[in-house]
Design a protein around this ligand. Sequence first.
Ligand SMILES: [Zn+2]
Length: 211
Amino acid sequence: MKNTISRRAVLLSGAATLLAANAKANVTEVSKASTASKKTETSETSEISASIKKLLDNLDHEKFMRLAIEQAHKVPACPFGAVVVNIKTGKVVGEGWVRAEKNPIWHGEMTAIYNCPDSDKGFDWSEVALYTTGESCPMCQSAIIWTKMPLVVYGSSIPFLQTCDFGQIDIRAQTVIDASRYGKCAIIGGVLEAECNELFKKAKALNSKKS
Ligand SMILES: [Zn+2]
């Protein structure tokens, strides 16, 4: 399904400093007219380091979002799926779906992060990005910041999830990033948004039948 909804990417200085010691980036807002492009576009004023931009540009966001959607298919009534991808190799290093029935804090992102290799075994969190079908809640976005991974990509927005009756803490992921004095990460929303929205719409219909 062709996604014509524009998406926004905000590239923040913390992302750059994770992989390039000399990077000094100001907040830069980026817009994309079509998801057909796989490039992470930056404005002329961007000071994002070339090394970071190249890594982000090389990511096939739709490909990895499809993998997150595959995870979400495992839980049709609560289709939050996530994958963690190595930015350099494109290899999936962690994946998961919401396991709230087992533990209330095991959201898709948390499960995928927990399924990554351990830091003490040499796992480098500065070389990964997380893809999630739904915009991260404040807990998950905070966890993402604590890992210091440089990029998070989501499909459906928190306002849309709310329309599908998924309870949300009403704080956008970008707001959590902006509030962080520990680290920053870049964020891209609306990747395969139509497909992700469809997942949540179907879940809403499924859940309304049960109640
Ligand atoms: Zn969450």
